[in-house]
Design a protein around this ligand. Sequence first.
Ligand code: SAM
Length: 266
Amino acid sequence: MVELGDREFRQVQAFIHEAAGISLSANKKALVTGRLERRLRERRLTSYAQYLALLRAPQEAAELQQAIDLLTTNETYFFREPRHFELLRALALDAGRAGRPLRVWSAACSSGEEPYSIAMVLADAQGELGWELLASDISTRMLARARAGHYPHTRTEGIPPAYRQRFCLRGTGPQAGTLLVQRALRERVRFAQENLVRALPGLGTFDVIFLRNVMIYFDSDTKREVVARLVTALNRGGHLLIGHSESLTGLHDGLRALAPSVYQRL
Ligand SMILES: C[S@@+](CC[C@H](N)C(=O)[O-])C[C@H]1O[C@@H](n2cnc3c(N)ncnc32)[C@H](O)[C@@H]1O
């Protein structure tokens, strides 16, 4: 096992803060070694200092992306925090009655469970109305999984049975025990790599932004910057949804709180 010294740990903290806005607390040393050690072995490196130096080399962009992928936490599931999906459905039905398609953004989409949950609700409530869904994440590994839309059965329990029947294919033969999101629905989602701590030009504006369970990894200055940036990507009257365990206390200029974890652009 390669030892991660205090100084090197501070360098890893600085690296991931700069690269992704993520604040790793002092008690995350074991997490860092657990996640990066294999890369050191595979690259035949004998210290974290060597690995960090490598990440700065211009020709090591792929390694840099791998390090970011490894240091992000990607836990997610279908229809997580169901009340947000009830709200989305109500908004989609309302807009649909006025003939208005919604534009929605899943801004830290991880392996795709969140955007596909959104897509099922939009397809159900707005049908062919021309709704749009952008799903983005910093992790290219997660985006690849999200694009595939293929999940073990055990991870799909949150999907309401009627949606599962309508929007998913059950694997058979070698794919038994898995579920594939129907191609037509997969193709309605636009996946893109976006880093929330960098400028986000050219995305347009949205009626609903899901920014859930990612700000828990940011310090309050980073949170403030990210929220300010995303507010400008919301239409007036548009909704910003954050994780139930997150809070925007003192950070939500331009937004009014409608309920815990639900904000609306003024
Ligand atoms: C815990 S998952 C949350 C997934 C989903 N939103 C949910 O609530 O279930 C957090 C995701 O945020 C992504 N992430 C972390 N830092 C990011 C950044 N700076 N920009 C974009 N995505 C980021 C991670 O790659 C990870 O997939």
